[in-house]
Design a protein around this ligand. Structure first.
Ligand code: UGA
Length: 441
């Protein structure tokens, strides 16, 4: 099938590449010439496990191309995915200017039937706006070409995006007519060979499903984070509580890990956008207001522990930080709790040496010019001479360190762990003062 993907960012690249992998003929469009040049020369602008090899394989097979040419890419695909960015406006609502611009471009150049698929995370009602943008362009050209607008939200997790796309737990398709439904069914058939995991529904329900899923997950995390704070002062252990409640199948074990607050490009933005949509329509989402407040407080939970242990003035205190990305297996620093933690420490006169297995380059970019912050090329070197280690991201490589060596490199045997990587009893035996989340030290 001929497919065009408009927007070669994270979602667009993964979508286009995975569709090419199953034999579709895919063109990925982006208006950023540098990004397209990089992709044309075999480079990949984001870090995502398995993506680079898959792109290479499909480019070599002639099934995947990258271009900045709008007319050519609109002409190419019967199915046109819109996977452009929807950055938050000042008021938290999703800015749809790139989505409508993409729709107008399709309207400007299309000459036969197209299915336009909203893949970007867009508020309920966006499909109607896309439809109007297209219609207004067609009217200008005095053309009567038919088309369908479909909502097909993505549920990819960064760091597991290729796997999530290739083996989806569900594919949500909001569609209003049979022709478009058949085309989407054919496109996704190879991804759901063994089970019928495609959920067809009306367009608005599909649009809302995406926000509902992320908001529900964000709620779980914030709830666990607040329970962890309570467990800690009550002398309970949140890790035991987590197992105790997770074994109820109605609750389940996934996504119950307390930590330093959720970050990334999705949860914070989507929670705000959903609140905004609700407000605009006269509905109060009180639970979500609380989720946001809880999350922003959680980002400083580790700092508060540090201040209680080391005093308010951190002048002359040096910290090692392990983990900068908002979660493992990504270099994404958007809304990463590490940014808040480091800023708070520097503000109080501390110095910081940070290490991350893949996000260092990105971190240097977003934290450039932060006085008192340096980066280390390996985790051990970061520990040298530090008064304490702070763990912010749960990379696998941090799970089994040589504690003896860790102790000898640190100036003080102090570990503040925002991800509960170690057993408190073991840490005590190893001679550390250990501060996890939601469990007694
Ligand atoms: C999230 C959703 O999980 C995807 O289903 C969705 O498609 C995606 O947003 C999106 O809208 O594009 P992602 O932001 O990549 O994916 O990352 P998650 O793995 O969901 O983690 C989000 C944040 O929650 C991270 O900061 C993570 O550290 C935190 N988290 C997650 C916890 O603190 N505890 C948990 O138990 C799980």
């Amino acid at each position: 099938m001929k497919v065009t993907v408009i927007g070669s960012g994270y979602v667009g690249l993964v979508t286009g590449t995975c569709l090419a992998e199953y034999g579709n003929d895919v063109v990925c469009l982006d208006l950023d010439p540098e990004k397209i040049a990089l992709l044309q020369n075999g480079g990949v602008p984001i870090y995502e496990p398995g993506l680079e090899e898959m792109i290479k394989r499909n480019v070599e097979a002639g099934r995947l191309r990258f271009t900045t040419d709008v007319a050519e890419s609109v002409a190419h695909g019967t199915i046109q995915f819109i996977a452009v960015g929807t950055p938050p406006d000042e008021d938290g609502s999703a800015d749809l200017k790139y989505v409508t611009a993409a729709a107008r471009n399709i309207g400007k150049y299309m000459s036969d039937y197209k299915v336009i698929v909203d893949k970007s995370t867009v508020p309920v009602g966006t499909a109607d706006k896309v439809q109007q943008a297209l219609l207004s362009e067609l009217t200008l050209r005095d053309k009567h070409i038919s088309f369908s607008v479909v909502s097909n939200p993505e549920f990819l997790k960064e760091g597991a995006a290729v796997e999530d796309f290739m083996r989806p737990d569900r594919i949500v398709i909001g569609v209003a007519d049979e022709t478009a439904k058949d085309l989407m069914a054919t496109l996704y058939a190879p991804f759901v060979r063994n089970h019928d995991r495609i959920l067809y529904m009306d367009v608005r329900s599909a649009e809302l499903t995406k926000y509902a899923a992320n908001a529900m997950l964000a709620t779980r995390i914030s709830f666990m984070n607040e329970l962890a704070n309570l467990a800690e002062v009550m002398g309970a252990d949140i890790e035991e509580v987590r197992k105790g409640i997770g074994s109820d199948p109605r609750i389940g074990f996934h996504f119950l890990y307390p930590g330093v607050g959720y970050g990334g490009s999705c949860f914070p933005k989507d929670v705000q956008a959903l609140q905004r949509t609700a407000q605009e329509n006269g509905i109060e989402l009180r639970v979500l207001d609380a989720v946001e407040r809880a999350n922003s407080a959680q980002k400083t939970v580790l700092v508060n522990k540090i201040l209680r242990r080391m005093g308010e003035d951190l002048t002359g205190v040096h910290f090692a930080i392990w983990g900068l990305a908002f979660k493992p297996n990504t270099d994404d620093m958007r809304e990463a709790p590490s940014r808040v933690i480091i800023q708070e420490l520097l503000k109080r006169g501390a110095t910081v040496t940070a290490y991350d297995p893949v996000a260092m380059h990105e971190a240097e970019r977003v934290m450039s010019g932060w006085k008192g912050l340096t980066f280390s090329q390996n985790p051990k070197a970061a520990l040298e001479g530090a008064n304490a280690l702070i763990i912010v991201t749960e990379w696998k490589a941090f799970r089994s360190p040589d504690f003896g060596e860790m102790k000898s490199l640190l100036k003080q045997a102090l570990v503040f762990d925002g991800r509960n990587l170690y057993d408190p009893k073991r840490m005590q035996k190893e001679g550390f003062e250990y501060f996890p989340i939601g469990r007694e030290q």
